[in-house]
Design a protein around this ligand. Sequence first.
Ligand code: PMP
Length: 456
Amino acid sequence: NDSAELKALDLAHHLPAQADYALLEQLGGSRIITHAEGCVITDIDGKSLLDGMAGLWCVNVGYGRSELAEAAYKQMLELPYYNTFFKTATAPAVRLAAKIAEKMVLSNPDLKHVFFNSSGSEANDTVFRLVRHYWTLKGEPDRQVFISRRNAYHGSTVAGASLGGMTFMHAQGGLPIPGIEHVRQPYLFGEGFGQDPDAFADACVQDIEDRILSVGPDKVAAFIGEPVQGAGGVVIPPQSYWPKVEALCRKYGILLICDEVICGFGRLGQWFGHQHYGVKPDIIAMAKGLSSGYLPISAVGVSSHIVEVLKTGGDFVHGYTYSGHPAACAVALANIGIIEREGLIERTREVTGPYLATALTRLDGHPLVGEARSIGLLGAVEIVSEKGTNLRFKGAEGHAGPVVRDICIKNGLMVRGIRDTIVMCPPLIITEAEIDRIVDILEASLNEAEPVLRAL
Ligand code: PMP
């Protein structure tokens, strides 16, 4: 049948992302997803799963939006492609830049210029080169060092993975490249366990300041961080963390960059995650929710004060064939139209986000749950071996998440297991009934996982 044939082709030729290829062989190939509607994905064997991950943190408006397919179709017939290298642009790219600017100026009136790329990683590569070039043009060529956080995820390219703070990624390919410093992550359930959130925020910010001073304040170009670390395990910082980071950046004249690839486009109940924390970044990177994943596109939002300096330097020799791809821009515009028309951001902030937070409290009494937390429609469940502690299962340390995830998938829920944490990020169209279903399946799966984990 189709399924067996495709799985064989997968094993013979296809190298999926972030996969243990030997394990895939044991499993008989990838789970091949064939179609989806709303918040439900279906695989080639006909098994349906509630998509608690919105694809990979991206399908914010849900699946099956014919409006987005039509936007792509119409644009492809009209003008499928043109580049931005010959002092040229296309109508959808120009319109989308203006639309994104309209949202960015809500928090920072200076943040109104947009550079397009195709992925979050490319956006962060753009950030990397743009910032270093900016400081050189500004007459401070020694300011080249980026400060990032441990366990941050900023992409998979050389610059993206280097900016990221995942040591297991660094170990593959000889990363990070020089000039990147990684500091403490504001992980209350980890290093900050049991501490007062504000005191812990102060300690994290102190770690940044210590690093600035040890590198030399006149050598630091920028601080980069996700408003809430996503792939790092949905690390929600104490509320006072970001304003303090911002103050530190201003104190030393360092650029503040927010990676909004996951947090942007409604995830935290605002257009951008930094708006939740009331800070004004100089630069932001965005992708995923910008087009809800229907076509690949990303963007870098850049402040006027930076653009004014870039204008003094002649050509900024940077760009991609697909920068400002017209069909992707048309889809992103239609996607933003849906978010606006359906009030998905307000709904996340006022209805479904609080509903998820309340629903997750049902897990608080579970013997395996150290903490269940969420912000907007981004949530996490910490799996512990002893209630009331942040101790992990010895035999499964760093793996309890994937164990529970596999059981969730068997039970009809797609979530992600990151080390000892289950993370979730459902489409913004999720209903209250579907949120209940997520929590019910999580609870049943944790029950099922308990003897498995205790036996390891
Ligand atoms: N930044 C963040 C915060 C991300 O979560 C991701 C992807 N998960 C990226 C950057 C990289 O994006 P992409 O996979 O589109 O290159």
